[in-house]
Design a protein around this ligand. Sequence first.
Ligand code: EPU
Length: 365
Amino acid sequence: MPDFSQVSPEPSLTPSGQDLAPFNTLGLPARADAFVTLRSVDQLNALSDLVSQYPGLLVLGGGSNMVLPTHIDSLVARVALAGVHLIEARSDAWIIEAGAGENWHDFVAKCVEHGWDGLENLALIPGTVGAAPVQNIGAYGVELADRFSGLTAWHVHQRQLVEMSAAQCGFAYRDSVFKHDAPGTWIIVSVRFALPRPWRAVLEYPDLQRHFGLAGSGRAGASTSTKGVTPTARSVFEAVCQIRRDKLPDPAVVGNAGSFFKNPLVDATARDALLAQHPGLVSYPQPDGRYKLAAGWLIDQCGWKGKQLGRAGVHDRQALVLVNKGGATATDIMDLAAAIQRDVAARYQVTLDPEPIVWRDSGKK
Ligand code: EPU
């Protein structure tokens, strides 16, 4: 396995207090009593030694999918394992391995630069490589699981590095085993991707169809657009960046955690009943016969887009994104989320599940 250490630090880890506001993209005030940065796989044993002294372990990547409380007495480990390597140039796929601490977007950009194409639809997603499998990130018709080859993770209690296949990771829509096993069980160390060769553009998503002039042409999957351009991995990468910048707030400017709710899955009977009552309902058929409802549409229809409650608000161009209006705490965000959930349930009889991990600490001092 390649060495994902940036420098060669001492294997020991000394926890110190840390303000986590800069380490969560919602920009919530959060103070950790004990914080360490993991820069080398050589430090994993030291981390396991430390864990028993604390009520829990919070593993932090880019903090882009987390709602943090104001005080955290668990040990917080920020994963900063670096490195991107071409493992194998197979005739049917590029196999690329990246350290869990790599910034996701920079990694995607690097792959496109090298001609290792296939991740471009996932451009500009905030967070790290190691966080990507946890929620099986997905956007514009591609999910991490579609490009996944395997990963290496440290089992914190058994103190061993474990190789995991896609089946072992249990990927589903915004879901994996890492969201179900007790928090602090696993530290993802590196992720391997299989990027299929020859490359094929994935342009079925409506926003991309429109961007490339394929919309309404009945040419889903066509390789040349009515605008006369043949999409390349680079142009798809740039299109995705532009589409996201147009409707999603930049966490560096406005605190947010991307989509705050998952798009709910309902069976065909429920979807048909809703559609009869609400003809504008946006829904997408799933391979298993169920339908995914556009949660952003449901929230928008309830009148929440651009609205504010306390110091938390709903983004004015994408109702699925909750934003920090300045000085918000986890309580502000969760109060707004609860109000939205109540309205959507009352009007559409649909339960919205939060997408980010909501960290609840032990409360011990
Ligand atoms: N819509 C509205 N009002 C809104 C927002 C959306 O009417 O305020 C409608 C749109 O017009 C569209 C539909 O809802 O018809 C879906 O909206 P959009 O295409 O923006 O995608 P989404 O389903 O809201 C999902 C992902 C995003 C991902 C996009 C593109 C989830 C929870 N979210 O959003 O992921 O970028 O598709 O693939 O699955 C994220 O997870 O953080 C994230 C941004």
